[in-house]
Design a protein around this ligand. Structure first.
Ligand code: NAP
Length: 265
């Protein structure tokens, strides 16, 4: 049995908690400052087989006692306060994972006062809620075995790529923020659909399936993105007129600018 503690029962903490509880070999402690969020989570999984492997507590310090893996899922500005509370109770062999955006490994190491069995700075993607999406992690001090353990733990929830910390900002802008830009693309396409006479919800539904289809084609077919575009643009046809309208109206430039702007303070 793997003993995991998650501090923070908000959106991200609860999502990761649900993902872990669906794995039989995990004993989970979920800690949160206020009890309301804990009660909400308990109600969600009440009467399921998962509830026997879960402890919910507002006692943040106590929650990490004996934990092999501790996940900090509070807002970035609360990390220092939480680390201060848990530090005296942390198992020295624990792996500490923080999902707080913008708090790097050096800062975490400094606040924790050591490396433990590894410190991980992870950027999950909201699509972790549906066991999809792209998450990233940078680490320090993790052994090859613990690296494998973490990859296996998160594998049912998300694709997880370990990368150099210097790239964390870029992947956060591209993927964590990028998911919102995909939503904007879908919303804009649906607006066009309505002007062409489709009901809004149908337009969202149809275009979302189209986006999922395009993503699957890129994932599963051995073609470049440009080759996929070429395959659907018949010379003199409808699609090339639309593609050229996208170019004239600055679509590629807007996408590039939005991702670059995400990284600026
Ligand atoms: N949501 C995402 O898509 C996403 C993606 C990538 C990374 N993240 C990261 O995930 C972290 C959590 O984000 P979230 O969206 O889950 O936020 P959230 O829904 O606001 O949840 C934050 C939780 O932390 C708890 N908390 C706050 N201060 C605390 C403290 N001092 N001690 C103990 N618990 C405390 C809050 O408890 P109360 O109930 O008492 O307020 C709340 O339950 C952030 O650092 C964010 O950067 C989130």
């Amino acid at each position: 049995m793997q003993r995991i503690a998650i501090i923070g029962a908000g959106n991200m903490g609860s999502t990761i908690a649900r993902g872990f509880l669906s794995q039989d070999n995990i004993l989970l402690t979920l800690a949160n400052r206020s009890v309301q969020r804990l009660q909400k989570f308990e109600n969600l999984i009440e009467n399921s087989a998962m509830s026997g492997r879960l402890i919910c507590t507002p006692d943040i310090a106590d929650s990490v006692k004996g934990a092999d893996i501790v996940i900090l899922a509070v807002k970035p500005w609360a990390i220092e306060d939480v680390i201060g509370k848990i530090k005296p109770c942390l198992n020295k062999n624990a792996i500490i994972i923080s999902v707080a955006a913008g708090i790097g490994l050096a800062q975490l190491e400094d606040m924790l006062g050591g490396k433990y069995s590894g410190i991980v700075y992870m950027i999950p993607n909201t699509a972790i809620q549906v066991n999809r999406g792209m998450s990233f992690a940078a680490e320090t001090g993790l052994s090859a075995k613990n690296h494998e353990t973490l990859a296996a733990l998160f594998e049912p929830m998300t694709r997880l790529e370990f990368i150099d910390e210097s790239k964390m900002g870029a992947v956060t802008a591209l993927c964590s923020c990028g998911i919102a830009y995909v939503y904007k693309f879908i919303a804009a396409a649906a607006q066009a659909g309505v002007e062409l006479g489709l009901p809004y919800n149908d337009a969202v539904d149809y275009f979302t399936a189209t986006v999922a289809g395009a993503a699957a084609m890129i994932e599963h077919e051995d073609l470049t993105v440009q080759e996929h575009i070429n395959a659907v643009t018949t010379p003199g046809g409808m699609t090339i007129r639309g593609i050229n309208a996208l170019e004239r109206n600055g679509f590629p430039a807007a996408v590039i600018e939005s991702i670059k702007q995400s990284l600026k303070k």
